[in-house]
Design a protein around this ligand. Structure first.
Ligand code: PEP
Ligand code: MG
Length: 544
């Protein structure tokens, strides 16, 4: 048995086999081959496996997200059969006597460059598609990435690190746990693991990756951050018991369903949830949340290989609102950039992406994108109780501009006799020191604040949330962070606005009493934290 330790980011125990997730973009090697016919047959086999996979994904998408959204996988299948694409791969193999992986990678580069250079926006977007299908073929050729997801068993996924876009593309039904060699606990990958209730350990180090192999038996303890490879009988028995106890505890919490979030002295608080996809709605309802406090709409963009259309967004927002049946659903407008990168946005590489072109900055400078999302949101508003909030706000003028664009969208809808609700609450995220400092000026402009403690901590303490080296300095309990939250709460209430917290700190039960004493009205957490938080709230007595 070998034991490795990293940082646990979701407490649960998983027992199973390891599947290595090697990145497809890990430079494909150019290898000289003697038998080019054999190489072409390898390509044909990998391509037909890709076609079969795409067919299955299409069927699944058809059931889960409808025909319009599923259509892209049909297009991918057609692209795989494209004569020019196939000819290019076979020519490169034959003429250069090279391996199929290399021929596919070169073809993907050439074709995507050609598409990007076209004038037509639709054709430009095909650049990402050709890369996507080529990555799938390469993965099948080398038995990595997507291919690792083809097993029927649920596996412990091990990777160097996982980007948010890679995490969302994993088939959740097949993931028992995540283990990554790198990464920080405030990264979106860690947040996604929490959202999906998947035991996850990050930052285990490079030694781990070189020591483990595909199919190794392992136990992941997300509470302690330990991973045991080929566990001995004693460890297996101990962790099986821990797993049983944890499940029992979670079962006991189920008794709190239907009960109020009320302190011993009668103070009520709303407990909402954070989600990144409509697939999480089941967990929201199962955990009896009062509403959705943060729908990270950018995941709709991360899951897609092209800008989601107004119709696609409308149908996603409508489904969330309908499923929540009148309970509050706060949808955050696009927060792309920094660690959440999407190829088809064509964002430039930046020296300091967290301080760069992201979130509201993209929306205000690309009004076409923002307007499409706002139209979808306003149209969907008639199907439930919608709140809209803007991320990364630093100034009064940004809020003014965002509100003006809302007015413009409403006027356009009115002119076209398209209905929208007149009860939509509009809020902003308090996740920069600037927003907290001028919260007295921002509060009169909006209905609510939602504190994003992940970014507020990063910007207040000058600590990159993605950098595991400085995690010990990235202390969300720092007095400066807490003072900013308190200041924002006072300014919200003075101006008739309400305030919630949707960063990861909202789930930290050692701070629940502090937040309640500050007057925080709502806490929004991953679905599985709703009941533990309700339990904590019901044990607090603010009269003491
Ligand atoms: C935050 O910054 O706290 C937040 C909720 O937003 P995200 O984690 O998506 O940046
Ligand atoms: Mg944030």
């Amino acid at each position: 048995m070998t034991r490795y330790v990293g940082k646990g980011v979701y407490g649960a125990v998983a027992i199973g086999r390891i599947s290595m997730f090697r990145k497809n973009d890990a430079a494909v090697q150019r290898v000289r081959v003697e038998d080019t016919k054999e190489e072409i047959s390898r390509f044909e086999a990998a391509k037909s496996a890709a076609s079969q996979q795409l067919c299955e994904i299409y069927e699944k998408a058809l059931k889960e997200v409808g025909e319009t959204n599923a259509a892209i996988f049909e297009i991918h299948q057609m692209m795989l059969e494209d004569e020019d694409y196939n000819e290019s791969v076979c020519n490169i193999i034959e003429n250069q006597q090279v391996n199929a992986e290399y021929a596919v990678a070169v073809t993907a580069d050439n074709f995507s460059e050609m598409f990007s250079a076209m004038d037509d926006a639709y054709m430009q977007a095909r650049a990402a598609d050709v890369r996507d299908i080529s990555n799938r073929v390469i993965a099948n050729l080398s038995g990595t990435g997507f291919a690792a997801q083809n097993s029927d068993d649920r596996m412990i996924i091990c990777a160097d690190d996982l980007a948010p876009s890679e995490t969302v593309s994993l088939d959740k039904d097949k993931v028992l746990a995540f283990v990554t060699a790198h990464g920080s606990s405030n990264s979106h990958t860690a947040i996604l693991a929490r959202n999906m209730n998947i035991p996850a350990v990050i930052g285990v180090g490079d030694d781990f990756l070189s020591a483990v192999n595909e199919g190794n038996e392992a136990i992941v303890d997300g509470f302690t951050g330990e991973i045991f490879i080929s566990p001995d009988e004693e460890t297996r028995a101990r962790l099986l018991k821990k797993q049983r106890d944890d499940l029992n505890k979670k079962r006991l919490l189920q008794e709190l369903k239907g009960k109020e979030n009320i302190t011993l002295d009668g103070t009520r608080i709303k407990i909402y949830t954070n989600i990144g996809s409509i697939d999480n709605i089941g967990a929201v309802l199962l955990n009896d949340a009062d509403g959705v406090g943060l729908f990270r709409s950018e995941f709709l963009y991360l899951e897609n290989s092209d800008y989601p259309t107004e119709e696609q967004q409308f149908s996603a927002y409508k489904r969330v609102l309908e499923s929540m049946a009148g309970k509050k659903v706060i949808i955050r407008t696009l927060d792309i950039g920094a660690d959440k990168q999407v190829d088809y946005f064509g964002l430039k590489k930046e020296a300091n992406p967290a301080l760069g072109y992201r979130a509201i900055r993209i929306c205000l400078t690309r009004p076409d994108l923002f307007t499409t999302q706002l139209r979808a949101l306003f149209r969907a508003s008639v199907f439930g109780n919608l709140g809209i909030m803007f991320p990364m706000i630093t100034s009064v003028s940004e809020v003014q501009q965002a509100l003006q664009m809302c007015e413009q969208v409403k006027n356009e809808l009115k002119a076209d006799s398209i209905e929208y609700s007149d009860k939509i609450e509009i809020g902003i995220m308090i996740e920069t020191p600037a927003a907290a400092m001028i919260s007295d000026k921002l509060a009169p402009m909006v209905d609510f604040f939602s504190v994003g403690t992940n970014d507020l901590t990063q910007y207040t303490l000058a600590c990159d949330r993605q950098n595991p080296e400085i995690e010990q300095f990235c202390d969300a309990h720092h007095e400066a962070v807490l003072r900013f939250i308190e200041m924002s709460a006072q300014n919200a209430h003075k101006n008739g606005a309400w305030i919630g917290i949707c960063g990861e700190l909202a789930a930290d039960t050692t701070l629940t009493e502090t937040f309640l004493r500050m007057g925080i009205d709502e806490l929004s957490v991953s679905p599985s934290f709703v009941l533990p938080l309700r339990d904590a709230v019901r044990k607090i007595d603010l009269s003491k």
